[in-house]
Design a protein around this ligand. Structure first.
Ligand code: ZN
Length: 474
C-alpha cells in the first residue's frame, strides 16, 4: 500500500456500544480520512481551478436559469458548510454551475468550482441522491485529490495543469489529445481518480452528507441509480469515479456510525427543479454541444444548412489570437472566434451556424490539434482526413500532398472537394507537434468563391506560431 494513503479504522465496536455512543451524541468508529501527500500549495489548487473554470465556461453550455441554478447552489453551500473543520481551506472558492448537457456526469475542479450536468440532476430520484454526488465531488476537492494525483507525476507548471483539464472533461480521442499535445498523460489527472481516492471520497462524502442533514445511505442508492441509467459504455461519471469495490455496501456500513445532524426538511424545491428541467427542450449531448466541424450538413440530413446570411469578404485588417500556450495566429478582423471541442474556428458573420446540434461553417478556417500515434506526418494527415469524412460523407480523398512550411517547420498541404451539403473546397495544412500531436489548419470556402479565399488562407497559415518544440529537430 502506498504511504500516500493512510487508512485507519478505529477498533471494532460492538453493536450495543454503538447504540450507546450514538445516544450520547458521540460519533463512534467512523473512518478517519487523511488527505494524501501533496507537493502543491493550497493557493496553487485555487489558481488551477480558476484557470480551468475559464475554459469550462468558454467551451461548455452553462445553464443560466436561476430557478434551477439557485436551488442547486443552495444544496452545494449546505454541503460546504458541513465539510469537517480540519479539511476546510479558507482560500477555496466553492461555486456550483449546471451544464446543459444530457450525460449523467458531474465534476469539480481544484479549489472549488463544481459543475453538475443537467442529466445528473434529472437522473437523481430525490434531493439526497443529487446531494450525494455533490458531496462526493466536494470530498475530492477538500482532500485535494487532483493535485495529489499530479504530485505522483512530474512537476508540472500550474498553467499546464489547468490546460489539461478541458480535454479530459470533453473527452474523446481528440479532446484528450488537446492536452496530450502539451502535457502527455496528464489529461485526466483531475477527473479520473484512483480507487483509493474513490474510497476516500465515498467515505468523506457520507460524513459530509450526515453533517449536512442528509441520509448518507442516499449515496449508496445514487450509485445504483447511476448504474441503472447505463447506456452504451455506462455513464461517464462511473468511469471517472471507478468503484473501489463493494461501494454501496461500504457506504451503508459507514452510515451505521454516522449521526444525521439537523435533518434537512425536504420542501420540494428539488422536485420543482426537476419539473422545470422536464419542461425545457431536451439537453444536447456534450459532443453536440461542443463540436465544431467544417463544412455544411451532416450525414443524417445532407440538406441541413447553417443559417446562412450574406458573407462579407475577408477584411484586409488582421487580428492576432493566442490559443493557450499552444499557438498564435492572425486572422481577418471580421472573422469571429468560435471555440470547439479541440479546435478554434474563425469565420465571418453569416458563415456559421448549427445543423443537427453540430457547429458548421461555410467560409473561414478551423485550427486545431489532434492526437496521433504515428511520427509520419503523411499517415497522420490521412487519419485526420479520414476522421473528417465521418461527418462529411461527400469529402474527397487527397490525390496528392505538397510540402509547405508551417511555423518554420515542414508540413503538408492538399485541397479536397466536399459535396456534403453545398459544393465546397477544403484546403488542408498540417504539421507534427511534440508529444504525438498533429497540428492542422483547414480553410473552407464554397467551390465558386474558393480561389478568392486561397490568398487569405495562406496569409493566416503564414502567421501561425507554434510554442511546442519541433519534433523533427529531436
Ligand atoms: Zn470520485
Amino acid at each position: 500500500m502506498s504511504r500516500l494513503h493512510q487508512w485507519r479504522r478505529l477498533p471494532g465496536v460492538a453493536a450495543t456500544a454503538v447504540a450507546m455512543l450514538l445516544s450520547l451524541g458521540v460519533i463512534g468508529a467512523q473512518t478517519v480520512i487523511t488527505p494524501p501527500a501533496n507537493r502543491y500549495s493550497v493557493s496553487e489548487d485555487v489558481e488551477i481551478g480558476r484557470q480551468a473554470s475559464v475554459q469550462v465556461a468558454q467551451q461548455l453550455p452553462i445553464l443560466g436559469d436561476r430557478e434551477v441554478t439557485s436551488p442547486v447552489a443552495s444544496i452545494g453551500r449546505r454541503l460546504v458548510d458541513a465539510i469537517p473543520p480540519e479539511l476546510q481551506h479558507r482560500e477555496f472558492r466553492y461555486s456550483f454551475d449546471v451544464i446543459n448537457v444530457r450525460e449523467i456526469n458531474a465534476f469539480a475542479l481544484p479549489g472549488g468550482p463544481m459543475y453538475i450536468n443537467r442529466g445528473m440532476i434529472q437522473a437523481a430520484r430525490n434531493e439526497g441522491e443529487a446531494a450525494s454526488v455533490m458531496a462526493h465531488e466536494l470530498s475530492h476537492v477538500a482532500l485535494r485529490h487532483g493535485t495529489a494525483q499530479a504530485t505522483k507525476a512530474t512537476k508540472y507548471q500550474i498553467g499546464e495543469l489547468a490546460g489539461a483539464v478541458i480535454g479530459a472533461i470533453i473527452g474523446g480521442r481528440a479532446g484528450g489529445a488537446v492536452s496530450q499535445g502539451t502535457q502527455f498523460g496528464l489529461s485526466t489527472a483531475f477527473l479520473r481518480f484512483s480507487r483509493e481516492y474513490e474510497r476516500q471520497a465515498d467515505l468523506l462524502g457520507s460524513h459530509i452528507m450526515a453533517r449536512a442533514g442528509y441520509d448518507p445511505r442516499d449515496m449508496a442508492s445514487m450509485f445504483k441509480t447511476i448504474e441503472k441509467a447505463g447506456g452504451p459504455g455506462g455513464p461517464e461519471w462511473l468511469s471517472d469515479h471507478p468503484n473501489p469495490g463493494d461501494r454501496s455496501a461500504a457506504i451503508t456500513r459507514e452510515a451505521q456510525f454516522l449521526q444525521v445532524q439537523d435533518r434537512m426538511d425536504d420542501r420540494g424545491a428539488f422536485a420543482e427543479v426537476q419539473a422545470r428541467l422536464r419542461r425545457m427542450a431536451p439537453a444536447p449531448t456534450t459532443k453536440e454541444a461542443t463540436r465544431v466541424v467544417p463544412a455544411g450538413g451532416s450525414p443524417s440530413s445532407p440538406d441541413a444548412r447553417p443559417g446562412l446570411g450574406r458573407v462579407e469578404a475577408p477584411s484586409s485588417d488582421y487580428t492576432t489570437y493566442t490559443e493557450g500556450n499552444l499557438f498564435r495566429v492572425s486572422v481577418p478582423s471580421n472573422w469571429r472566434e468560435l471555440r470547439g471541442r479541440n479546435a478554434v474556428t474563425f469565420a465571418p458573420d453569416g458563415a456559421y451556424g448549427n445543423a443537427n446540434g453540430q457547429g458548421v461553417f461555410t467560409h473561414g478556417m478551423e485550427i486545431g490539434l489532434v492526437g496521433t500515434e504515428t511520427p509520419n506526418v503523411r499517415t497522420a494527415t490521412d487519419e485526420l482526413i479520414g476522421s473528417l469524412s465521418g461527418s462529411n460523407p461527400g469529402l474527397s480523398r487527397p490525390s496528392r500532398y505538397d510540402t509547405v512550411s508551417i511555423a518554420g517547420r515542414q508540413g503538408l498541404h492538399t485541397i479536397l472537394s466536399n459535396a456534403t451539403g453545398q459544393q465546397e473546397r477544403i484546403e488542408v495544412f498540417t504539421t507534427l507537434v511534440g508529444d504525438g500531436g498533429l497540428f492542422y489548419a483547414l480553410g473552407v470556402a464554397p467551390r465558386d468563391g474558393f480561389s478568392a479565399y486561397q490568398a487569405t488562407f495562406r496569409r493566416v497559415v503564414g502567421s501561425i506560431q507554434l510554442n511546442d518544440r519541433d519534433p523533427s529537430l529531436e
